[in-house]
Design a protein around this ligand. Structure first.
Ligand SMILES: [Zn+2]
Length: 151
């Protein structure tokens, strides 16, 4: 796999665990957007683009996020344990939209994106720094999702 371009959008809020967004281009042919660089307890890691998992209310069939405790449509109390557990023992509330299939690919992608992040961080301290334009970035989707993730 040849990663031909990586763009990093640094975020300013140091109180937030999200440090940057990134996009990457594979073989000059396909762009994967909405990668996130997150400061975790064990250092920086790369989160692949993901979507919220939902299920349907047993009473009204309304669609609810798995973290919802009550149905958004009818108010029925929802079982708190209805999400599965991921391989780190935490509730599985999100599914990756695009992700590496094996560890080698994961290491490659994470290594290159984190290196691009460090480069961008260095560049950002130089005079006359101009951030990449990210006309395709969907802040609203992110804000809503991230608010749930960190709560
Ligand atoms: Zn309902």
């Amino acid at each position: 796999m040849n990663i031909t371009e990586i763009r990093v959008k640094l975020l300013d809020n140091q109180a937030d665990k999200l440090r940057a967004f990134a996009s990457m281009t594979v073989d000059g042919s396909i762009v994967i957007r909405d990668l996130k660089i997150i400061e975790g307890n064990a250092g920086l890691f790369l989160a692949m683009p993901s979507r919220k998992l939902c299920d349907r209310c047993p009473s009204c069939a309304g669609k609810n996020h798995l973290r919802a405790r009550y149905c958004n449509d009818c108010g029925r109390r929802m079982r708190p344990d209805r999400s599965g557990i991921d391989d780190r023992g935490r509730p599985r509330l999100y599914a990756d939209i695009a992700h590496p299939i094996h560890q080698d690919a994961r290491n490659l992608v994470q290594g290159k994106v984190l290196a691009a992040y460090e480069d961008e961080l260095t560049r950002s301290k130089e005079e006359g720094y101009v951030p990449h334009s990210f006309d395709d970035l969907d802040y609203h989707v992110f804000d809503e999702k991230h608010a749930v993730e960190v709560s």
